[in-house]
Design a protein around this ligand. Sequence first.
Ligand code: UD1
Length: 423
Amino acid sequence: MGKYIVEGQARLQGELRVQGSKNAALPILAATLLTPHSVVHNCPNLSDIGAASNILEYLGCRCSLEEGTMTVDTAGCCRDDIPDNLMREMRSSIVFLGAIIARCARARISMPGGCELGPRPIDMHLSGLKKLGVSIRDDYGYLDCRAEHGLHGAKISLPFPSVGATENIMIAASVARGDTEIHNAAREPEIYDLAAFLCACGGKVQIDSSGTVYVSGVEQLQSCEHTVIPDRIVAATWLSCAAITGSRLHLYDVEPQHLTACIPMFEEAGCELRAGESTLDIVSPRRLLPLRMVRTMPYPGFPTDAQAPFMAMCALSSGTSVFVENIFENRYKHAGELCRMGANIKVEGRVAVVQGVPLLHGAKVECTDLRGGASLVVAALAAQGDSEISEIRHVERGYEDLEGNLRSLGAKIKKVEKSGDIC
Ligand code: UD1
């Protein structure tokens, strides 16, 4: 397994282009199943995107990813199941359920298990699809789903604005008979991007200011071309790298509007930010200030995915910061690894108290999940001495060429493959 070796305390300077959003691209790739042919630009080259294209190919589609453009041809689609090994490659594979059932009127997928973030139930996905006319049977760990009389529109009210459930329902409803309303739907930018994709294919999807999603089913979606939005979490991670190292950074191909919950937090930490139309500049102080309270919330609140990189920043700040994780039960595994680098973090249930220390030191640490892994890189960039970060496959699920991007800014980071080769 690959590792990053990071020699800390290098000052960063320069500019980075922000990659396309993984969390927007994945549901869009699932929705391509309902079109004859789709061209998706700004698709990041990541293992999770590879997992989505493996699923599409297993189903019989032809996919190719070249220079950030994924082309999906669904003419050969001949299967309606996803085997266990492909489901396990990526938690988001559940978002294929709505698309498969809408295309084939049947779907058989293995039940996605828990993951690094704790139990991740799918009851809202299933009850939403049931309302659209799907019958679901649990068959020894497989979900056997059928829409014998086709899909029909429905009024659905989600008990929590689940991103994945909203996406699954939107995709299935786009070709159902009649109208669907999704109340208390998720309002993340990735939901709007999926709506934009469906509309570009001839689907009829609208989202009102209260976040209710209205879908008028059409007979068929058409071929289309779409450009995925920039990745707001990757942007927040690069800003965290600049903030913790007292550096300046210019980001381009970024959507500052999607970072409205993060930008004030960087400012509270003492950074200066300037947002352009598709650019963001950050200038960071020598020592960061603590953040009084970071509460993760559904969008437009502070994103759960940015909690870990911000925690790394706070670990080196001049006071006490408090985090409350409201989305996932078990999303503080990185705290223990940060403590190995000298951080002072106490976790109690959903609350973490971070007492800033004057110095972090390099250590051998292990990525526990995607964003937790990114937080270790953020901390290692500012730590005194060398860090060895293992299990970087987690990080590679979400960051395109992380080490190359950071090296271009002057960071001393290299990737070592299992064999000991340095890349
Ligand atoms: C979540 C994040 C999303 C992030 C993604 C990857 C939120 C609201 N969602 O999306 O921004 O990009 O993780 O890290 O921040 N739940 C149920 N039953 C369900 C579905 C969800 O109980 O059927 C619960 C989950 O356990 C979790 C919460 O609802 O506690 C949010 O889940 P959801 O938004 O569906 O998660 P993701 O789609 O993975």
